[in-house]
Design a protein around this ligand. Structure first.
Ligand code: ADP
Length: 378
């Protein structure tokens, strides 16, 4: 187990106008499963490759287990990397692929045999040790690639979009296997993905990256419930958070959010946080916090009922995702499937006031609405 620390790390590719990674600071705890997540091109792989030593940093420092590794070659960094395309040798069998790194380091043959067999046991690939990659499924190949990383006994595992080439079912299965493997090995893992679902389910903590800048770093539940800005609010969560532009107005000493071009005004529960009227704000609410008026939880403070038309009702098995229209606004609401709703119906919905998010004109969340409410209760 080892910590990984990045200090003021910058990457500027010579042929680019802007830096790909901009003055990035990050501290990853020993044994932590840290996920870098963000849209394509945000710099996730660049960051991982710098930690691996496959590309240089432009400036800044990196430490593994307290040791400055910034200028060390990859082989001296105590890391193992698993790639998206598995990078197996086609002419070598599974045993030879897994043991390759140890053989070129002239590790004792008995030790190699023990490590390969232990890894094969752990990954459930003992029966394939004499097969070549072309005779394996995508999931089996990815297990071999993981096995090759395990036998090196690194201080840190680096995974670069390892599940992207697998079909949906196999992806879900491998996701669980890698999470279980982490619990067994307790090694620090840094895992890159563009898939927010993978990040949410696997990470101890995750970094949401956009344009080479950390937008937010924290536990998945914290990022989901308290996104720091509009980018995080819409990138994390499926379907994404509904956003409405509007103004904050005051009536009889109570603040309301008035949604642009509608008659909809929602009371804001924490007026002390937003003490003044302000324009160009954004209100956010997650689809699961918009309830059917007749089914709203008793203990939940909700808006007045809003008359909506259902443009589309998408069945998701247990839930139904409603694409709603009201006063020219379009938004999504998730409901349990046991309520009969179909496309074209008109229904009344309410917004949970306690679950509203407010973002200022720069898209930044107003500080800790939820935290304030928690403090008041305690
Ligand atoms: P991600 O992994 O998040 O998809 P990358 O780290 O691969 O993003 O790329 C981030 C940005 O850096 C992209 O705009 C990409 O074009 C640029 N980039 C990546 N590699 C190079 C390179 N070798 N030379 C120049 N630009 C690069």
């Amino acid at each position: 187990m080892a910590s990984v620390i990045l200090e003021n790390v910058v990457k500027h590719y010579p042929n680019n106008d802007k830096s790909t990674i901009k003055d990035l600071d990050l501290s990853i705890n020993a044994g932590e499963f840290m996920v870098f997540v963000g849209p394509s091109g945000c710099g996730k792989s660049t960051l991982l490759r710098m930690i691996a030593g496959l590309i240089n940093t432009t400036s800044g420092k990196m430490f593994i287990d307290g040791k400055d590794i910034t200028n060390l070659p990859p082989k001296d960094r105590s890391i193992s990397m698993v790639f998206q395309n598995y990078a197996l040798f086609p002419h070598l069998d599974v045993y030879e692929n897994i043991s390759f790194g140890l053989s070129i380091r002239k590790t004792d043959k008995k030790e190699i045999d023990k490590r390969v067999n232990d890894a094969a046991e752990l990954l459930g690939i003992k029966d394939f040790l004499r097969k070549t990659p072309k005779n394996l499924s995508g999931g089996q190949r990815q297990r071999v690639a993981v096995g090759r990383a395990i036998v090196r006994r690194p201080k840190v595992f680096l995974f670069d979009e390892p599940l992207s080439n697998l079909d949906a079912k196999m992806r879900t299965q491998m996701r669980v296997e890698i999470s279980k493997l982490h619990k067994k090995l307790k090694t620090t893992i840094i895992y890159v993905t563009h898939d927010q679902c993978e990040a949410m389910t696997m990470a101890d903590r995750m970094v949401v990256l956009h344009n080479g800048i950390i937008q937010q770093c924290g536990a998945p539940s914290e990022i989901y419930s308290s996104p720091k800005n509009v980018f995080v609010a819409t990138f994390i969560g499926s379907p994404p958070m509904n956003l409405f532009k509007g103004d904050i107005i005051k009536k009889d000493d109570q603040l309301f959010f008035k949604i642009n071009n509608t008659a909809l005004t929602l009371p804001l529960k924490f007026p002390d946080i937003l003490s003044d009227e302000s324009s160009d704000y954004t209100l956010g609410i997650r689809p699961e916090h918009i309830y059917l008026a007749e089914r709203k939880p008793n203990d939940m403070l909700c808006s007045e009922a809003i008359d909506c038309e259902i443009e589309l009702a998408e069945s998701m098995g247990n839930d139904v995702s409603l694409h709603c229209k009201a006063q020219g606004l379009e938004f999504q609401s998730n409901q349990r499937h046991d309520f009969p709703i179909k496309t074209g119906d008109r229904i009344k919905l309410v917004f949970a006031i306690d679950k509203l998010h407010i973002f200022d004109e720069n898209g930044v969340a107003r500080p800790a609405t939820r935290e304030r409410s928690d403090r008041r209760k305690s």
